[in-house]
Ligand binder design. Structure first.
Ligand code: TMP
Length: 217
């Protein structure tokens, strides 16, 4: 794998989308070829799956098992259609969530068996693995506050994934702690609280050391 694959993770409202946008712009100014992707989604097939998971009227009765398979169907498509071709030519891929979200949400959050979750992930991604994963950590109060302010600005659109209760999101947060503890070489926790530019420089500190993997255009 020639390119550089960085994934961003965290609970709702942790600020990752804003930070990916900023990092992507900086890297492009520096001459790197950058793809900014999101999961679930990122391809036409994946965006339809995203709609089914989050906003479709038909998703009310969705089971955790179905959720597990749908997020990984979206992922299998994104890996083959976009991520592998981009990495093969030496590009930088920034992805808003990847398989650690499945371990955290469907495994720790919904309570599905972790070894079964891992098998499904392994089937979806094969050997396409992130070089670096940044988990943006914010306390649950900040996460809830940001979510509320986002919902008050945007016209209200029902999102099934945001309907979990506090205990669900607490389990997801603990799941991320376990993921970071299990793979300290790949997964780094970044403090996501505070002003956007300060969080941005914390992220830059983590990204700079892995940049020599890829060339500039
Ligand atoms: P977001 O794009 O606003 O972060 O929304 C994506 C939602 O989907 C979020 O609630 C986390 C959830 N999700 C999973 O439950 N499992 C997964 O594997 C992925 C990628 C996302």
């Amino acid at each position: 794998m020639k390119g550089l694959f960085i994934t961003f993770e965290g609970t709702e409202g942790c600020g990752k989308s804003t930070q990916i946008e900023l990092l992507g712009k900086t890297l492009r100014v520096l001459g790197y070829r950058v793809h900014m992707l999101r999961e679930p989604g990122g391809t036409p097939v994946g965006e339809e799956i995203r709609h089914t998971l989050k906003h479709s009227k038909a998703n009310v009765a969705m089971t955790p098992e179905t959720e597990l398979l749908l997020v990984n169907a979206s992922r299998a498509q994104l890996v083959r259609e976009t991520i592998r071709p981009a990495l093969a030519v030496g590009d930088v891929v920034l992805c808003d969530r990847f398989y650690d979200s499945t371990t955290a949400y469907q495994g720790h959050g919904r309570g599905l068996d972790l070894s079964l979750v891992k098998s499904v992930i392994d089937f979806a991604v094969g050997d396409t693995r992130p070089n670096l994963t940044l988990v943006l950590h914010v306390p649950p109060e900040i996460s809830a506050e940001r979510l509320l302010s986002r919902q008050s600005i945007l016209p209200f659109i029902r999102d099934r994934m945001e309907e979990g209760d506090r205990n669900f999101f607490a389990r997801v947060a603990k799941g991320y702690d376990a993921i970071a503890a299990a793979e300290p070489g790949r997964v780094h926790v970044v403090d996501g609280a505070g002003p956007i530019d300060i969080v941005c420089s914390r992220i830059w500190e983590q990204v700079q050391p892995v940049l020599p993997r890829v060339g500039r255009w």
